[in-house]
Ligand binder design. Structure first.
Ligand code: PRX
Length: 647
């Protein structure tokens, strides 16, 4: 029997949306998108209100996505200036440092406004103008949010690079975006360990293609020693502190770019997902308010990093546009102990907690004790994001963390979507462990089979979205054709998500995972092609093939098959060396969990690697290999299966 948790009547009584209201508004959003979104546009402050609401065509020959296109506004004004009258003294960002012994900091809306204006003035003084790109490579500190908002204030396009990425990955992103300025820190601090951020930037800027960078602004965070290269490198405080506390915001068109965020696809290098101004902000703020059932006195904590889209939409832009208190946590869940998350919840009386299944599974493994040692009585709502949550982890989250009191919103979305597309509204939708359940306003999911036929009723297939929503990405930076080809050509007339999905008899959606060559490691997207090209760049590697395999904590792990160049002997040292090579080339998140020597790879006669077979070997399910008769040399399979047993 299906495990269903009906909406809690007590929760529903106070919630923003109950069943009837959700259904009525959802229907309206499909019947009359212009009316619905035109009405919603009033939640933003505009210099010039939009009169044209939606202009969208997914047709390949006549492709366009425009929302609110004659509107003029500024994102930082919406996140800061308009909060000042009512919420100037309210905490906007609540900073919890890596170590619990370092005091937390409350930054009010008035203080945040001042910090943002000062940095925005400094950026202008350094020659950054509307449309210029700025790379942000910072730890989870207040300055990360300040930097994003300061770019938004002057119309510069930010591109945040996750602090765990290695110099090569920074250089790729700087070069693709043509950034003029980088904002970084001396060092990051995570779980008591230092991360050499400035040194990584220095190494990145020695790589080809990074000449566009004129200035590196360095936040003094840990106080660790760093090399400063004049005139390129400037201390943040030297440049920013003396700036005026007011800054005239740039007037931005609704469709002007707001940010670029790089994400992995099934082919090639990570692509620059481009989001624009009004549609993105409106969608981030509305989903944040509705799905987290936001109230004025909430203390809201999303544990993501600002280096990922979740940090953009649900730590910075959505919450601040809603005047919420958003907690920023510098550290990790298991430092100094595995109770840290729950202790922070008690310390700051967190009411809404949003995290990833991988963290839940890792903490679940530590037993109930570290959770039960804390109160968590302040919590009223829990959220999950990044990958499918297995029902066992869902139940533990619900029963142990939430004391069977707090609804869980399992939110499905992507870097490309800008905000949540499928999730329960907690006062309106019954919960099922493992199901993302129902679409948000304006979102029309559909399932298609391999031929693109739309499947009706209870079914399983590829997940597509039939019409646009305002938060949708607008382009791949510098390659608009790649945008159209990647997302709109597979199943013409629809946006293809790259995910597989099941819809049950109640119309609830269950995401089953990626159907392309993207691996979801701890909720982070890694392209198999990226790891393969890192491996092949090692002088001793002739060929590599990478697949995902089920991993108890990470959801999926990375499994690499490596063919060495002729006469190069396989050794334990080389095995280690190749794993740390990938770590250094891309970053620790891309390091293979398993690396298997492969004298040959299973290929079709036309030379295409058959990953389906490699996946089954990695899963240790050789009995499910299926038909191998189309291979150029079927004997390589047997040898790989034998080797797998040895490991
Ligand atoms: O496969 C889906 C999975 O994460 C992918 C998007 O990754 P990214 O762009 O890095 O964004 C992550 C944060 C939004 C999706 O294609 N995914 C994300 N959330 C869920 C999920 N899979 C199942 N359930 C979710 N709630």
């Amino acid at each position: 029997m299906a495990d269903i948790h009906p909406v809690d009547p007590q929760f529903a009584a106070r919630a923003r949306y109950d069943k009837a209201r959700y259904q009525q508004l959802y229907q309206q959003s499909l019947d009359d998108p212009e009316g619905f979104w035109g009405q919603q546009a009033q939640r933003l402050d505009w210099f010039v209100k939009p009169t044209r609401i939606k202009d969208v065509s997914y047709a390949l020959e006549d492709f366009r996505i425009k929302w609110f296109e004659d509107g003029v506004l500024n994102v930082s004004v919406n996140c800061l200036d308009r909060q000042l009258a009512q919420r100037g003294d309210k905490t906007a960002l609540l900073f919890e440092p890596d170590s619990p012994d370092t005091p937390a900091r409350h930054v009010t809306y008035a203080q945040l406004h001042e910090k943002v204006c000062k940095l925005a003035n400094a950026l202008r003084a350094l020659g950054v103008a509307k449309g210029d790109r700025v790379t942000i490579y910072l730890p989870m500190i207040v300055e990360a949010a300040v930097a994003m908002l300061a770019c938004a204030r002057i119309g510069a396009v930010h591109t945040v690079v996750f602090g765990g990425f290695a110099p090569n990955s920074i250089a790729d992103r700087v070069s693709d975006s043509g950034s003029k300025l980088i904002i970084t820190a001396d060092e990051g601090l995570r779980g008591g360990k230092k991360v050499p951020l400035k040194a990584n930037v220095d190494a990145a800027l020695k790589l080809p293609g990074t000449n566009s960078v004129e200035t590196v602004l360095v936040v003094r965070h840990t106080g660790g020693a760093v090399a400063m290269q004049a005139p390129r490198d400037r201390w943040y405080h030297d440049v920013v502190d003396s700036q005026p506390a007011q800054c005239e915001p740039e007037r931005m068109n609704a469709e002007d770019p707001l940010f670029i965020l790089y994400t992995s696809g099934s082919t090639g290098k990570p692509k620059g997902v481009l989001h624009t101004t009004a549609g993105y902000l409106l969608y981030a703020s509305l989903t944040h308010e509705a799905i987290f059932d936001l109230r004025e006195d909430d203390v809201y904590w999303c544990t993501a990093d600002v280096g990922w889209v979740t940090g953009h939409s649900y730590i910075v832009y959505g919450p601040l546009a809603n005047g919420a208190t958003s907690l920023m946590f510098e550290g990790v869940p298991n430092y100094p102990s595995v109770s840290r998350f729950w202790e922070v919840i008690d310390k700051h009386q967190v009411t809404i907690f949003y995290t990833a299944p991988t963290a839940i599974r890792a903490l679940m493994r530590e037993g109930d004790g570290p959770v039960k040692a804390t109160s968590r009585a302040s919590l009223r709502l829990l959220g999950s994001v990044g990958e499918p949550i297995n029902p066992e982890a869902w139940r533990w989250y619900y029963e142990v963390v939430g004391d069977a009191r707090c609804p869980i919103v399992d939110t499905w979305w992507q870097t490309e979507t800008g905000g949540i597309l499928i999730s329960p509204l907690p006062g309106a939708v019954d919960l099922k462990p493992g199901a993302a359940t129902k679409p948000f306003f304006g979102v029309q999911p559909a399932l298609v089979d391999a031929d693109g036929q739309i499947l009706e009723g209870a079914a399983e297939g590829n997940l597509v979205i039939l019409d646009a929503w305002p938060g949708q990405m607008r382009s791949v930076y510098g390659d608009h054709q790649r945008f159209i080809d990647t997302y709109f050509r597979t199943y013409p007339g629809t946006y293809f998500t790259g995910d597989g999905c099941r819809r049950d008899a109640d119309g609830d959606y269950w995401i089953t995972g990626r159907v392309d060559d993207v691996i979801n490691v701890s909720g982070h997207r890694i392209g198999t092609a990226e790891v393969e090209s890192a491996l092949v760049s090692h002088p001793k590697v002739a060929e590599a093939a990478v697949v995902g395999f089920p991993h108890e904590i990470k959801g999926q792990g990375i499994y690499a098959y490596v063919t060495l160049i002729a006469d190069e002997p396989a050794s334990e040292e080389l095995h280690k060396e190749l794993i740390s090579w990938v770590r250094k080339e891309i970053g620790p998140i891309a390091a293979p969990d398993h690396l298997q020597w492969a004298p040959g790879l299973p290929k079709t006669r036309s030379g295409k690697i058959m990953r389906r077979i490699l996946r089954k070997i990695a899963e240790n399910a050789p009995e499910q290999l299926g038909d191998t008769s189309t291979l150029a040399d079927p004997s390589v399979v047997a040898s790989l299966v034998d080797q797998r047993k040895v490991r």
